[in-house]
Ligand binder design. Sequence first.
Ligand code: NAP
Ligand code: F7E
Length: 343
Amino acid sequence: MKALITGITGQDGAYLTQLLLDKDYEVHGLLRRSSSINTSRIDDLISEYTAENRLQLHYSDLLDSSSITNLINSINPDEIYNLAAQSHVSVSFENPIYTTQVGTLGSITILEALKHSDKKIKFYQASSSEMFGGGSKESLNESSAFNPKSPYGASKVFAHDITKIYRDSYDVFGVNGILFNHESPLRGETFVTRKISKAVGRITAGIQEKLTLGNLDASRDWGYAKDYVQGMWLMMQHENPEDWVLATGVTKTVREFAIEAFNHVNLNWEDFVLTSEKYLRPNEVHYLLGDSSKARKELKWKPSVDFSGLVKIMVEYDINEAKKDLALLKDNLISPTWEYPKI
Ligand code: NAP
Ligand code: F7E
């Protein structure tokens, strides 16, 4: 089997690549050229699998439609996982046009290529719980209404709908995975869970004093990314292309995540966490809780890691990372301050 993954250098791309290689796939990934190397999450896989061509990276960009179409034609994959996105909700308010271009153009470019392909290539679209908007406290499933609150959420609604339209109009095997938040040690460092686990590691090592967050009351259904890429693959093996929700069925606030993370190292979160308006968004998704009964019943999917387990995995990883940082700091190789601007 051959798979093409857009977004292979991201959190989910890295875990999915490992999963597919373990299943003996030949994996192709789309690599965005950047001024510094951006493959850190898959460097081990590159060392292990590129020599035998089991893993091949191709320079491209979702906005370069002709290069995407050429790649699909030359690779002729069995499955395409469209994971690439400007995935930061807060950034999407600052870069709405770019976020919308990447979120919408990529999916329709691939779908157009599949419409014209002689081979029945399966397509996975990375849909998101952000599409629901979080305006009520109900548990959300595949039939719940969309009411996005950000340019990011709106772009995901377009990609979701266009996937359904190509499925219904042209018989394309297009799957929408509506995934609720999923986290891991590979999570980008400006998403709130990783920001917290990284701070806890660094505070424990004595190289950070405080952690500044935004809205502590926002509530999310947080799962473990490795479980969710397994769900993506299961969706693609189902006989029919459909929409599927993946979620744990448990929602916790940002405050509860911080409390759990600091408790793990026997620290009182209130001694370290500050809040600032600079991390608030123009419009907030207040509450997300997912109902993944369909995937549990029909795909036999279920999460293997609960909320406490997830916090533990992330905090313990970042404690080790901070120890390495401390060693470098002692050699004056890094600066003791660490905070991304604004996001
Ligand atoms: P991520 O870590 O932010 O990774 C995003 C990936 O997209 C990176 O590989 C990035 O490449 C690539 N990318 C961004 N813009 C691109 C462009 N113009 N052309 C080509 N590639 C581009 O995201 P993730 O957490 O793995 O999420 C994977 C997908 O699932 C995303 O579509 C996200 O929106 C969606 N999703 C995520 C969650 C979640 O909780 N994680 C939940 C629901 C849906 P660089 O490395 O070069 O930046
Ligand atoms: O925010 C609040 C923030 O940026 C979670 C993406 O993967 O999941 C992710 O989107 C909550 C929000 O993730 C800070 O206001 C408080 O309510 O970690 P986040 P997100 O916005 O839920 C969905 C499913 C996706 O599809 C997206 O691609 O936490 N919050 N203080 C903060 N958030 C951040 N980033 N930083 C803070 O300091």
